[in-house]
Write a protein that binds this ligand. Sequence first.
Ligand SMILES: C[S@@+](CC[C@H](N)C(=O)[O-])C[C@H]1O[C@@H](n2cnc3c(N)ncnc32)[C@H](O)[C@@H]1O
Length: 309
Amino acid sequence: MGRTFIHASRIRQTARKRKHHSKFKTLINLLENNAYKIESSKPLHNGKLYKYWKNRRHLFSKIDTSPIYMTDELWFSVTPERIACFLTNFVKACMPNAERILDVFCGGGGNTIQFAMQFPYVYGVDYSIDHIYCTAKNAQSYGVDDRIWLKRGSWKKLVSKNKLSKVKYDCVFGSPPWGGPEYLKNDVYDLEHNLMPMGITKLLKSFLKLSPNVIMFLPRNSDLSQLSRATRKILGPFAKCKVLYVKENGYMKGIFCMWGECFFNYEPVSEENNLMEVCSENEEHSREEEHESTKANRDNGIDIYKLDG
Ligand SMILES: C[S@@+](CC[C@H](N)C(=O)[O-])C[C@H]1O[C@@H](n2cnc3c(N)ncnc32)[C@H](O)[C@@H]1O
């Protein structure tokens, strides 16, 4: 077990034991003030977040019945529950014997919690102590905190100092910051320059250091040619990346990009449906153009699928 991780069910005891360290002082404050607890029936003070608050039950279905904790940033960052649940089921179907999942950028625990519903050891990393706290508290509300270990730290530093390599992860997942709701400002999202904390090539390389099975949740308008180049640069000229477009509530939420042999034996929809669905999300492209671009992406090692939550 990674000794440097904090067990989510023992976050209070660990914080008290290490109270002389500044980051644990902050954690004790958060715990003592029951910080960031959401009153599900009370709209937030910050009016800009109203549209996210309206959809709160899509983020955490237990929000009316159990305490849920969210910072302002988490309102637009948490993976909606049905999407996180779908991903977990997908990973379970592809890797039935997997035990250890690493959730890089765990945020408020949207994905961490769903992984912990089906896998016995789930590790979450985030550089925000507030978000580590929210993940632990939300995991308690979902009754899965005994399967979750958390670590605060910057991804770059953790990777460069080899801080995570003691555990053998079956799969590494990450939902990196896309740059806030602004990510749709441009038609095409530049994965090398806009993705935080590093471009897609470096990020993929850092994930693959820890496991051959990698999944990332990326913007729906991501530049697929950059995805293809990153895949081939790191894994060789015949390497492939599987891309699933996911919708929730009629709205395209993003794409799951997958690397690893185990993710390639799953055919959720027919070829005909794939192309139709991809077309419907790119209204400015004609069906023929989209067909061509989809074919081109396939030739570049990108397999595209469409799933409606
Ligand atoms: C999109 S959110 C992840 C949401 C999460 N999947 C969920 O469902 O709650 C991205 C997270 O990355 C964290 N983050 C941003 N930059 C980071 C870095 N350099 N290292 C580690 N975590 C970082 C942020 O604090 C934020 O919680």
